[in-house]
Design a protein around this ligand. Structure first.
Ligand SMILES: Nc1ncnc2c1ncn2[C@@H]1O[C@H](COP(=O)(O)OP(=O)(O)OP(=O)(O)O)[C@@H](O)[C@H]1O
Ligand SMILES: [Mg+2]
Length: 346
């Protein structure tokens, strides 16, 4: 059984928590400050983490934020235990990415109940010991459509915000439509750093620090990398640098949701190759159907397995056979995809 990690600078709290959690019969690992807590988390692979807020080096909110940036801690339950009990303190805990919050002094029974609930939930959720479906194992979700204006970017942003609401700080959205990126605008966020800021890094030089400098954050807990203002700015971003960036992002986040350009350009192909799931967006018009069919044909030629794809439609879309069924008042079968052996994935 994996241990529970307690990060607190007061030895008395180690004893109080250990006593409260005795009925769980979990091993406990202790850390006396924030930095040691992060090290212990990496070493001990805990099933849950309990952290104090006020500590001599970095506080519990920062510990939580730093751990959540590492993909292996994206789904590990974190409970913030603190003497601060105001609403703002509770909100800060959740904003930092914690799953729960408990004020000190605490009742042993309440701490036990909360930690038990967190452990149960994490065992059932992504990364838990439960049987994960292919969609739950998915990491990079590439949203693709050969036709513009079908709602791809809207879907990407909503999907990102939705995932971030379920698992705070787990998700980064990549705006790869370098010619007319809208993600930052849709998130109502100022365009400070974009992919263009990575162009000065040569292949092999791009590291996590450089990448983090272009990641924007949204109040929902979603992270994003925006497309540059001018298409020409992204041209300098090399193929190798982009591949490295995708790899680093996949290691850091639980979900990477990419808004692909409406073509098979180099950048689209790289993202499609790295994708665990390709989500195609179609709208109810012949041009979109034709574009979807052409894309599916190309995926087959590229050797992508059917299990990687899914089709979503934006707004009142149904296939001719379903149209007839709908007119006759018959219910459509659930989860119907286009006739390509694909099924909806999320
Ligand atoms: N489900 C939907 N129902 C109705 N309108 C929608 C839906 N999704 C998106 N839209 C609207 O359709 C328009 C195009 O959406 P969006 O920018 O997301 O598409 P896109 O495929 O990313 O387009 P492009 O990349 O070519 O600019 C927007 O005005 C958006 O508000
Ligand atoms: Mg778009």
């Amino acid at each position: 059984m994996k241990p529970i990690l307690l990060i607190d600078d007061e030895p008395i709290n180690h004893q109080l928590v250990a006593h409260a959690l005795q009925p769980l019969e979990h091993e406990l690992v202790f850390a006396n400050n924030g930095k040691d807590g992060i090290t212990q988390a990496r070493l001990s692979d805990p099933s849950a983490i309990i952290t104090d807020v006020m500590m001599p080096d970095i506080n519990g909110y920062e510990v939580t934020r730093q751990l959540r940036r590492e993909s292996r801690f994206a789904h590990v339950p974190i409970l913030i235990l603190t003497a601060q009990s105001g609403l703002q303190d509770k909100l800060k805990a959740f904003e930092a990415g914690a799953d729960d919050h408990l004020s000190k002094p605490f009742e042993s029974a309440e701490l036990l109940a909360r930690v038990s609930a967190l452990l149960r939930r994490s065992e059932a959720g992504p990364g838990g010991s439960g049987q994960a479906s292919p969609a739950e194992r998915a990491r990079l979700i590439a949203v693709h459509s050969l036709r513009g204006g079908t709602g791809s970017s809207t879907l990407v942003v909503n999907l990102g915000v939705g995932l971030a609401a379920l698992w705070p700080n787990s998700t980064v959205v990549l705006d790869l439509t370098m010619t007319a990126g809208q993600v930052a605008l849709m998130l109502n966020s100022a365009l400070r750093r974009t992919w263009a800021d990575l162009a000065r890094f040569k292949a092999g030089e791009l590291d996590l620090d450089a990448l983090q400098s272009v990641i924007g954050s949204h109040e929902s807990g979603l992270y994003f990398i925006a497309a540059p203002t001018f298409p020409s700015q992204a041209e300098a971003l090399g193929k190798e640098s982009f591949a490295t960036a995708l790899q680093l992002l996949k290691e850091q986040f639980g979900y990477v949701v990419a808004d692909l350009p409406h073509d098979f350009s180099e950048i689209a192909l790289q993202a499609l190759d790295a994708a665990d799931v390709i989500l195609m967006v179609a709208s109810p018009d012949m041009a979109s159907i034709r574009a979807t069919s052409a894309a599916l044909d190309t995926y087959t030629k590229l050797g992508y397995p059917n299990s990687r794809g899914g089709i979503g439609s934006t707004g009142g879309f149904c296939l001719p056979s379903e149209q007839g069924r709908a007119e006759k008042g018959e219910a459509a079968p659930p989860n119907r995809g286009l006739d390509a052996g694909l099924s909806p994935i999320l």
